[in-house]
Write a protein that binds this ligand. Sequence first.
Ligand code: UD1
Length: 368
Amino acid sequence: MSVKLLVIAGARPNFMKVAPLWAALSPDPQFLLKLVHTGQHYDYAMSGQFFEELGLPQPDYHLEAGSGSHAQQTAEILKRLEPVLIAEKPAAIVVVGDVNSTLAGALAAKKLGIDVIHVEAGLRSLDRSMPEEINRLATDAISDLFLVTEESGRYNLLREGAPPERIHMVGNLMIDSLHGHLKQALQSDARSRLIQGEAERQFGLITLHRPANVDHEGQLAQILMALDEISQEVPLYWPVHPRTRAKLQGLTYSKEIHLLEPLGYLDFLSLQAQSTVVLTDSGGIQEETTVLGVPCLTIRENTERPVTIECGTNRLAGTTRSSILKAWRELRDEPQKERKIPPFWDGKAGERCHAVLSQYFLTPVERG
Ligand code: UD1
């Protein structure tokens, strides 16, 4: 009899992690997979387009939980997921990343005695004002199997008391998606279509959506002042997240900051790979730029992905006008440091996840 796994996907950064996992597990008759979309992200630009481009199947269940406060969104997913878990009785739930859907999935399952497998476990910013940090801590506290992307994840989990035999370095599923789609992205017309009249010029890319950066007008204005100055040297293109779009109303910014609608996976990957610099507060983009070799300025005070600084192209730029400009000048004026691709970020994370899960479910005697 096959092992039934319920895989949870809810928000944009989940989809490029779930797709390679799905591709690695679904051909194996040992596993029966069910895909649940929580509906945390629901716009075509934030969700449907990613399913199409990444080749994800239609979800078996769509919970349509939608937006709301953290409590409302998490509670809505919990309420809607519980009957699915009771009906399906999976051997385990698989949750990825650190979004509200991740925590809600883990909690709903564990309360029913269902095993929780956390992909991208153990990352820690040590900043508990970040909603994602709470999701990471709480998810890992009740997970049974921890699949980690970098050694800091293993270290953090061991420090928090996770059993060593349950922690497995599998690499980075998001980088599997990158390797699988980069050629196609670069062959596309994204650059000429989106960077009007700039085809021969350098450009930078902005993404910003963290509540700490965009929810308070004063903070967003600080960041905009720095972006304004940088855009005088290199034009900046900014696919604006719906959260940020609302907050930009009434604020002024330079003509060399060009706002775009949220981009699909291939368009964003194409621009990212061709940009001179990426300024971001995203977690995943710190990882993608590291592999692409594109300098990244992270507009945050901390990162849960330290390997992108140790090995990669990432620098913490802080969140004030002066700190961001200082980081930009250092990046511009200093020779680029030698970079390495972090271990196991090689496009084979899906295969490793498959191997770990096969072993886990074929040796039930080891499971508590
Ligand atoms: C969520 C994740 C964050 C991740 C980000 C990627 C949590 C706590 N946060 O943040 O870790 O980096 O996704 O985007 O889970 N909205 C739309 N259309 C959509 C989705 C959202 O218009 O399809 C708008 C709504 O006004 C919503 C707001 O964006 O209230 C924020 O969405 P939400 O899912 O609450 O958080 P994100 O900021 O996207």
